[in-house]
Design a protein around this ligand. Structure first.
Ligand code: ADP
Ligand code: MG
Length: 253
């Protein structure tokens, strides 16, 4: 029996990944990934460089096409060839290591443009929502400022506000603080922590172990294209069972 999409949304997970494989030519980067993220859950993905973390995130919103396996986002199967991927992507906020703001637009204009283009909001509504989201990331006083005049941390907070302005059902973060000077990391993590406190569903690739320990409901450790172990942060970070997890943590903690 076919379930309605509303029913899927109410009863399914926010993200469900089953037996996901991804190869680039002969190189298999994801070798059978199974995991899910429930609504309201914060899951942090940790692991060495090259372990496939970014590729996993990119398969969730189909920036990369999986070689095989199934991915559902908010009840929609994104690996179904007939899926309306633009509609699915509208529900996913994505924040990258590089902020990707439009340099010729002010902070507020960076938030209003996608709302108008993608969601068809009128100018006044887009500005109202944009100002609300800038306030949420603590940048009310920067709405008329161009990205070049903002610090890296402020630019990343604008990028988060831009994603929030689209009213996403879930947020994907790929090392959002890795490009920042150390003294700017805290403000970005504080914004992410407040989002988590408000119940936002979040999948976060990060090397910030204290953030993962304090904010994540679950930590997933990846190495060599597989999930080596996952569980609550106090288990995975503080008493990992696998040698690979222990040696990774010994390098980053
Ligand atoms: P991580 O985010 O954990 O550092 P990635 O998912 O970025 O890892 O990369 C995993 C592996 O896949 C790396 O060996 C990387 O070089 C390779 N890779 C990623 N994207 C591509 C691509 N578009 N083409 C070829 N190889 C890629
Ligand atoms: Mg990466």
């Amino acid at each position: 029996m076919e379930k309605s999409s509303r029913e899927d949304k109410e009863h399914g997970a926010a993200i469900e990944v089953r037996d996901l494989h991804k190869s680039f030519g002969a190189l298999e980067v994801l070798s059978g990934i199974d995991f899910s993220v429930a609504y309201g859950e914060v899951v942090c993905v940790i692991g060495p460089s090259g372990s496939g973390k970014s590729t996993l995130l990119r398969c969730v919103n189909l920036l990369e096409e999986p070689t095989s396996g199934t991915v559902w986002v908010a009840g929609d199967e994104v690996t179904d060839p007939d899926v309306d991927i633009d509609r699915v992507r509208r529900g996913i906020g994505m924040v990258f290591q590089s902020f990707n703001l439009f340099p010729h637009l002010t902070a507020l204009e960076n938030l209003t443009l996608p709302q108008r283009r993608v969601l068809g909001r009128d100018k006044a509504e887009a500005a109202r929502i944009g100002r609300d989201r800038l306030a949420r990331v603590g940048l009310t006083d920067k709405e008329a400022v161009y990205p070049a005049k903002l610090s890296g941390g402020q630019q990343q907070r604008v990028a988060i506000a831009r994603a929030l302005a689209m009213d996403p059902q879930l947020m994907l973060f790929d090392e959002p603080t890795s490009a920042l000077d150390p003294e700017l990391v805290g403000d970005v993590l504080a914004v992410m922590r407040s989002l988590a406190d408000e119940g936002m569903t979040m999948l976060v690739v990060t090397h910030e172990m204290s953030f993962a320990r304090e904010v994540a409901d679950r930590v997933v450790f990846m190495d060599g294209g597989v999930i080596v172990e996952e569980g609550p942060p106090e288990q995975v970070i503080d008493s990992p069972t696998h040698a690979r997890t222990r040696s990774f943590l010994a390098r980053v903690l």
